[in-house]
Ligand binder design. Structure first.
Ligand code: COA
Length: 380
């Protein structure tokens, strides 16, 4: 059998087949199950996209209503989970909470028979936000929130529970909902591929998701939205933005929120989230300085480095203007990408083959074994 040497980071390697999304085919565009991301972001809800990714087609009105009812039921936090969340330190990173929640639900409600993937996916999509926010409010102020906000969307439920308000500005809800749609699926991204590798061993669904959450966390993947906000936050003028960029250029450090393994020009999700971030910046609670600084950095990166913003760059300012704290940005990505991970686990299991590549060995040639009492620097 001939073996092709993989480029570093598996760049350009086709690692399997998938019918879920097309990312940058011909260098541009993004489609979920054939639908353009622009149509989905501007004309759909995250719940419709959830159904599309998990079931393979868009829902009709009745199917969507059934899904909304299911979500409202599945957001209930089990008592045992609440008790454990109450013990977790307030200094924990929200991504540790997400990974722990996935693992604990895997113990409390294990996958017990074939065909439960849709139900478990909806359970986690519905529960992740309330569980995170239960921990957040309890650990910071001792408040035990009531996670039940009726048939609210995932976006509205999250924002109401975070802000502890019964009404949220519709533009904030729409922005958050759009961000969930944009983050939902991206082919064999590192976390999705990791989830597929895990379930390819016939491991359980929850193990696939905990693997994926751990992989998403790094700043080269999902953690980039949080990392972008960390450098944007202190920049309160164009001059400060220039100083920041110049020093990064000089030290050859990465600018988080820019560049992409597949899209070498524009990330098609970036103008969509930028549109919403700009709309928010013009409202009473908006931050026009943050947007001016972001646009300036974008302009210079494109002009001087030919590197374009990815989804994470303007998601940072969008989330900030939704009033969400920076450490929660990647955790929100988990809620959204849970849909893509679920779809990919279903697809992997439908035609499973253990994923087990080989490496190009670069170690020493075969050696003579040396018994322990004869080992010295020279013969090891
Ligand atoms: N800031 C500065 N330079 C960057 C850059 C960034 N964000 N992204 C890529 N580059 C540079 C690289 O340093 C490299 O330069 P070189 O050829 O002089 O060495 C060149 O552009 C090619 O990049 P490369 O690292 O080979 O691309 P990749 O496909 O391996 O990396 C990413 C893709 C996403 C890992 C990379 O762009 C990155 O680290 N971005 C920042 C993290 C981020 O935003 N991640 C979210 C992705 S959605």
């Amino acid at each position: 059998m001939s073996e092709k040497k993989a480029a570093g980071g598996l760049q350009g390697v086709v690692a399997g087949q998938s019918a879920i999304s097309t990312v940058g085919v011909g260098g541009i565009g993004l489609n979920y199950r054939g639908y353009d991301i622009n149509d989905l972001a501007y004309k759909c809800s995250f719940e419709e996209v959830t159904y599309l990714l998990l079931k393979g087609h868009l829902p009709n009105k009745q199917q969507l209503d059934e899904l909304r009812t299911l979500i409202s039921q599945k957001r209930q936090i089990p008592c045992k989970l609440k008790q454990i969340l109450e013990t977790l330190p307030k200094e924990s990173h929200p991504m540790d909470i997400m990974r722990t929640v996935a693992s604990l639900v895997g113990i409390l409600e294990p996958e017990s028979k074939p065909g439960q993937e849709y139900e478990i996916s909806i359970r986690l999509i519905s529960l992740f936000g309330p569980a995170l926010l239960y921990w957040h409010h309890y650990s910071n102020s001792g408040i035990k929130i009531n996670e039940n906000t009726g048939k609210d969307s995932i976006a509205e439920n999250f924002l109401k529970l975070y802000h502890l308000k019964s009404q949220i500005d519709p533009l904030v809800v729409k922005t958050f909902d759009v961000s969930l749609i944009l983050y939902a699926e991206h082919d064999f991204a590192a976390s999705t591929f990791a989830a597929r590798v895990t379930v390819s061993t016939l491991s359980d669904f929850y193990s696939g998701i905990t693997t994926a959450i751990g992989t998403l966390r790094g700043p080269l993947h999902g953690g980039a939205n949080e990392a972008a906000m960390q450098y944007l936050e202190p920049l309160r003028s164009i001059q400060q933005a220039d100083q920041f960029l110049n020093s990064r250029y000089q030290s050859k450090q990465l600018i988080m929120g820019f560049g992409h393994r597949v899209y070498k020009k524009e990330d098609p999700r970036s103008p969509i989230i930028k549109d919403f971030s700009l709309q928010l910046s013009k409202t009473a609670n908006g931050d026009p300085t943050l947007l001016a600084v972001s646009q300036h950095i974008e302009k210079r990166m494109i002009e001087e480095k030919k590197i374009y913003p990815n989804l994470d760059f303007y998601s940072a300012s969008a989330y900030k203007q939704c009033g969400v704290p920076t450490p929660m940005f990647t955790a929100i990505f988990v809620i959204s990408r849970m849909t893509g991970w679920g779809g990919h686990i279903i697809e992997q299991r439908s035609n499973n083959k253990l994923m087990r590549p080989v490496s190009d060995y670069t170690g020493p040639a075969k050696k003579q074994f040396v018994p322990i009492d004869m080992r010295n620097k020279a013969n090891l």
